[in-house]
Design a protein around this ligand. Structure first.
Ligand SMILES: [Zn+2]
Length: 541
C-alpha cells in the first residue's frame, strides 16, 4: 500500500508542479462530525445536527473567518477556521462545502447520514474544479445498518467525485478508531493532540499547511500505522498528565524531525459497537517508507508502555453519598458526582434514574441537584402551574432500561432554551432537572436557569468527564467518579465482543502478535444487531 501511495503521490506532485502558476490553488473544505454511543437508545437525527451546527456555502465561509464563531456556543475557532487561515496565509483560494456536528449520541439514522453526505457531495459537485479537499471528521461515527466506518464511506465517495489527481487531507478526533478505510486514498491525515480537545483550530491549520505543501510538490507523503490491542479510559488519558504526557511530548518531537510530515495517536471512543476497537498510531513521512515504518513501531512501543495505568476507583452511589456526608471540603462548595456510566458528552442519553432513586430513599439529609433525561415527564408537566404538587413516575430515557422512581414532587421552575425544555422538580432537599434533551450541566447556569445556586448544594450530579471543571473551578473542589448502569459503563466494556483479545480485558504482554489480525478485522464480527432487535423501537420493558 505504501508503494502504491508513494507512486501516486509522486505522480500527483509532478502533475501539480506542471500546473503551478496557471492559477491559484483552490481548496474545498467541509465537516461531518459525530461520536457514536452504541448503548444509547436515542438515534441521532438531522434535527440534532440542525440544533447544534449545520452550515454550508457562504454561511459556512462567514463563520470560518477569525471574526466568526465556527461552533457557536462551543468553540469560536475550530478545524475549518484553522484550515482557512492556513490557506489565506499561503495565498490559496478556499471553497466552503458543508459542515455539520451534533452532540455525541446514538448512531445516526440512515436517512440522517444520507442527508449529510448528499449535502456535502452536492456542494462539491457545484464547487467546480478544485485541487484539494480537506475534511474534518471524527473517526468514531456509526450509522444504523452500516457495517463499515461512515468516514470510510465519506472518503470513498469524495474520492470518486474528485478523481485521483485531487489531494485529500483529513483530520480525526483523538478518539478515532483507525482502520484502513480511514486512510485509503488520503494524502494527509492528522489527529488532535490534546485531551480534552482544545486544539481543533491548530489541527485544521496543520492539515491545511501539509495539504498545500503536497499540492506545491514539496511533500510526497507515505504512511505507516499500527493498531494496538488496548483500550483505556476512565480519565487516564489526559494529555498533560502522566502517563500520557510523555507520549504527547514524543509526538510533538517526532513532527520536528527531518522528513516527518505528521505523527498521530488515536485512542478510540470505547462505546461504539466496533469489534475492531483498538488504539492506533500513524506516522507520515516525506517519501521515506522505511522511516515511516520504523517510527510507527517506536511510537507504538511508547504508547503500549502506558497500558497498565490503574483506573481511578469508582464508587457505588451509596458509597459516594457517604463520602459527601464525610467530606470536610463540602462547606467550601458542593461535591461533584461524575456519573461515569451516563456521560452525555460521550453519547449517553442522560436518563439514568438511579441517583434520584437512591437520594429519595436515603438522601433526605443532602441538598442534591440531579439532571435526568425524561421527555415523557417533561411533556406531562410542562403546563403544570409553578408550585403545584404532582405524583410523578420518573422513567428516564425511553428504552434505556432504568428503574422507574415514584416521586411526590413540586413543579418549582421551568426553562426552555437551545437544548430543549427543562422542568425543575423539588422533592424535599432534592432538586431534579428533568429535560426533554440529554442534559449537559457543564456550566453553573444550567442550574441558575432553574432558579438554583449550585454553591448551596451539598452535591451536584454531572454527566461530563472534564469540561465542566473549567466552569466549576471556583464552585466545586471535590469530584468523585460514580458507577450507576448506563451506556458509557467502563465495566461493561469487558463483556463487549472484540476481534482479538484486548488489554486490559485480557492482560497482554505484547502487541505485535495480535496487530495484523486487529488491523485486518472487519469493523463488526457478527451481523450488527438492528435497532429494533436491541429494543430501540420496542416498548420499554
Ligand atoms: Zn474525542
Amino acid at each position: 500500500m505504501i508503494a502504491r501511495t508513494l507512486g501516486l503521490a509522486r505522480q500527483l506532485a509532478a502533475l501539480r508542479r506542471g500546473r503551478a502558476g496557471a492559477r491559484p490553488l483552490r481548496l474545498a473544505y467541509g465537516r461531518i462530525f459525530h461520536e457514536a454511543c452504541a448503548g444509547s437508545p436515542v438515534p441521532t437525527t438531522r434535527a440534532d445536527f440542525e440544533r447544534l451546527h449545520a452550515l454550508e456555502g457562504d454561511a459556512l465561509a462567514a463563520v470560518t473567518t477569525l471574526r466568526g464563531s465556527e461552533l457557536a456556543g462551543y468553540l469560536p475557532a475550530a478545524e475549518l477556521t484553522g484550515f482557512v487561515q492556513a490557506a489565506r496565509l499561503a495565498g490559496v483560494d478556499t471553497v466552503p462545502l458543508a459542515s455539520a456536528m451534533a452532540v455525541p449520541g446514538g448512531p445516526l439514522t440512515a436517512a440522517c447520514f444520507a442527508w449529510l453526505l448528499d449535502g456535502l457531495l452536492a456542494r462539491l459537485d457545484a464547487a467546480g474544479p478544485v485541487d484539494g479537499v480537506y475534511l474534518a471528521l471524527h473517526g468514531s461515527m456509526e450509522v444504523e445498518g452500516l457495517d463499515e466506518a461512515p468516514e470510510a464511506v465519506i472518503l470513498r465517495r469524495v474520492r470518486e467525485r474528485v478523481g485521483p489527481a485531487v489531494a485529500i487531507a483529513v483530520s480525526y478526533d483523538l478518539h478515532a478508531n483507525l482502520t484502513a478505510g480511514l486512510l485509503d486514498g488520503v494524502d494527509v491525515m492528522i489527529g488532535y493532540r490534546t485531551n480534552p480537545h482544545w486544539d481543533l483550530a491548530p489541527t485544521g491549520f496543520r492539515a491545511g499547511v501539509r495539504l498545500i505543501r503536497v499540492l506545491r510538490g514539496e511533500l510526497a507523503p507515505v504512511h505507516a500505522w499500527r493498531k494496538l490491542p488496548m483500550v483505556l479510559g476512565g480519565g487516564t488519558t489526559i494529555d498533560f498528565l502522566a502517563p500520557m504526557r510523555g507520549v504527547f511530548r514524543y509526538l510533538r518531537q517526532l513532527e520536528t524531525r527531518p522528513g516527518v510530515i505528521s505523527a498521530s495517536l488515536f485512542m478510540v471512543h470505547p462505546f461504539t459497537s466496533a469489534a475492531n476497537l483498538g488504539w492506533a498510531v500513524h506516522v507520515s513521512t516525506d517519501g521515506d517508507p522505511a522511516l515511516a515504518e520504523r517510527l510507527a513501531d517506536e511510537l507504538a512501543e511508547r504508547v503500549w508502555a502506558t497500558k497498565d495505568v490503574a483506573l481511578p476507583p469508582m464508587l457505588a452511589i451509596d458509597e459516594a453519598l457517604d463520602q459527601v456526608r464525610r467530606s470536610r471540603r463540602r462547606t467550601l462548595g458542593p461535591v461533584t458526582l461524575v456519573d461515569v456510566d451516563d456521560i452525555v458528552g460521550a453519547g449517553a442519553p442522560g436518563g439514568n434514574t438511579r441517583f434520584v432513586q437512591a437520594l429519595v430513599a436515603r438522601g433526605g439529609d443532602l441538598a442534591a441537584y440531579v439532571p435526568v433525561h425524561d421527555p415523557a415527564a417533561v411533556a406531562a408537566l410542562w403546563d403544570a402551574p409553578i408550585g403545584s404538587a404532582h405524583r410523578v413516575t420518573l422513567r428516564g430515557t425511553p428504552g434505556y432500561d432504568q428503574p422507574p422512581v415514584e416521586l411526590d414532587a413540586t413543579v418549582a421552575a421551568r426553562h426552555e432554551g437551545d437544548f430543549g425544555r427543562r422542568v425543575r422538580l423539588d422533592v424535599g432537599t432534592l432538586r431534579i432537572a428533568v429535560g426533554d434533551q440529554p442534559p449537559l450541566p457543564i456550566h453553573p447556569k444550567f442550574w441558575r436557569e432553574l432558579g438554583l445556586d449550585p454553591r448551596k448544594a451539598d452535591l451536584l450530579v454531572t454527566k461530563n468527564f472534564f469540561h465542566y471543571r473549567m466552569f466549576f473551578l471556583t464552585t466545586s473542589f471535590v469530584h468523585l467518579p460514580v458507577e450507576s448502569a448506563g451506556a458509557t459503563s467502563l465495566r461493561s466494556l469487558r463483556d463487549r465482543r472484540a476481534a482479538v483479545p484486548v488489554h486490559p480485558s485480557t492482560p497482554l504482554a505484547d502487541w505485535r502478535a495480535h496487530e495484523p489480525a486487529l488491523r485486518a478485522a472487519p469493523r463488526l464480527e457478527a451481523p450488527r444487531a438492528t435497532a429494533t432487535a436491541r429494543g430501540r423501537h420496542a416498548p420499554a420493558p
